[in-house]
Design a protein around this ligand. Structure first.
Ligand code: SF4
Length: 400
């Protein structure tokens, strides 16, 4: 079943509500849901709360009342993505193989694959947080819980319809079943909450389940443009300072905020000083600005590290988020993405842990299972294989 997905009706999205209801109603299944960072600051708008209201506790309470067996935050996997990506970036930087492109936005990946294929090898091979979470849910969750793997259903609540397409890509599954079975957009979740007759604003505040532990502030800011870059720079800076002086992190923690790359400017180009390194970074949001980054590269601009999020403002402005003012665009406040992003930075600033590598569960995962960032097992589970390195997308389109 398809429903209207864009204001002018030019695009439709595949709806997953019926499939998820069916899984929830089946007493033999165990349904795990992950919710992306941005959902925590956008869901409330659909129930009349002011833009930028943090509804983390009510989101969790609503998902529990819908019947999900485990309610988890994608933010944890965002921390994991950052650790893998920071080490991958440093490896490529030291080998002189930059520019390095972030890879957590499937619409950006698609843009590169179809319009700028010669840059496919520049994409990080890291899976997105949603896909890493899905891979871990498939590989480890059933064993840890003593559940039959075939009975675990994996659902993700995401800010965009592009995540539905991402979940279905061949690199995110074992060939017989995708790692994430169903992706719901924020708006689909709103409909489920309404269908269930849940009075969202009166829900109590509840906490995420702890199967994959807590997340840091770095995981939360993924939802805003510049957030992935800032989170990666926090950990990159720590790795570099620790390499230079193992005691340096104790003596003087590396910077936690990189405010110059925040904000709504469409394309931001900066130099970031990390130890002895002068790293040239670019942050772009919206497809027009993504093209500007590529044009800058083609014109010879030196850029080491590039973050692109295809939606204006990043995931807080995603196509699956609540539409403010209904279909009447004139009622939409131009500042709404800013307010949503501010709410994410507020979550970050109030966290006791703000570096992804400090996440205790991420550390435990490396200690007990993965070994170290970029290890063989980490690559197998958390990275895509083959096509980006070879400059091909899964459809076999050759590098241009
Ligand atoms: Fe989806 Fe947009 Fe976020 Fe990309 S920027 S992951 S398309 S919501």
């Amino acid at each position: 079943q398809c429903v209207l997905a864009c204001p002018v009706g030019a695009l439709t999205e595949k709806e997953s509500i019926d499939d998820v209801w069916k899984a929830l109603a089946d007493p033999t299944t165990h349904v795990v849901v992950q919710a992306a960072p941005s959902i925590q600051v956008t869901l409330g708008e659909a129930f009349g709360l002011p833009v930028g209201t943090k509804v983390t506790g009510k989101l969790v309470a609503a998902l529990r009342r819908l019947g999900f067996n485990q309610v988890l935050a994608t933010d944890f996997a965002a921390d994991l993505t950052i650790v893998e990506e920071a080490y991958e970036f440093l490896g490529r930087y030291e080998e002189g193989k930059t520019p390095f492109f972030t890879s957590c936005c499937p619409a950006w990946i698609k843009l590169v694959e179809h319009y700028f294929p010669k840059y496919i090898p520049n994409l990080s091979t890291c899976k997105s947080p949603m896909a890493m979470f899905g891979a871990l849910t498939r590989a480890h969750y059933p064993t840890e819980r003593g559940l039959p793997p075939e009975k675990v259903v994996s659902v993700a609540v995401m800010p965009c319809t592009a995540k539905k397409y991402e979940a279905a890509r061949p690199e995110h599954g074992d060939g017989t079943r995708p790692d994430v079975d169903y992706v719901l957009t924020t708006r689909e979740l709103v409909r489920m909450i309404r269908e269930a007759g849940i009075d969202f604003t009166r829900l109590p505040e509840e906490s995420f389940d702890s199967a994959f532990g807590e997340a840091t502030g770095a995981g939360a800011i993924f939802g805003a443009t510049g957030g992935v870059m800032e989170a990666t720079l926090r950990t990159t800076s720590w790795v570099l300072s620790r390499a230079a002086n193992p005691r340096s992190f104790v003596d003087a923690p590396p910077p936690v905020e990189f405010r110059q790359i925040r904000g709504e400017t469409g394309l931001k180009l900066h130099h970031v000083k990390l130890g002895d390194h002068d790293i040239h970074v670019a942050v772009a949001h919206g497809t027009g600005n993504a093209r500007r980054v590529i044009e800058a590269l083609e014109a010879g601009e030196k850029i080491d590290f590039i973050e692109v999020m295809a939606c204006p403002g990043g995931c807080v402005g995603g196509g699956g988020q609540p539409i403010l003012g209904g279909r009447d665009h004139k009622k939409i406040s131009l500042d709404y993405r800013h307010d949503r992003a501010d709410a994410l930075y507020d979550i970050d600033s109030h966290k006791s842990l703000r570096y992804s590598h400090e996440n205790p569960t991420v550390r435990r995962l490396y200690r007990e299972i993965l070994g170290q960032p970029g290890s063989e097992l980490a690559k197998k589970l958390l990275h895509t294989h083959g096509y980006r390195e070879k400059g091909k997308h899964p459809g076999g389109r050759p590098q241009g």
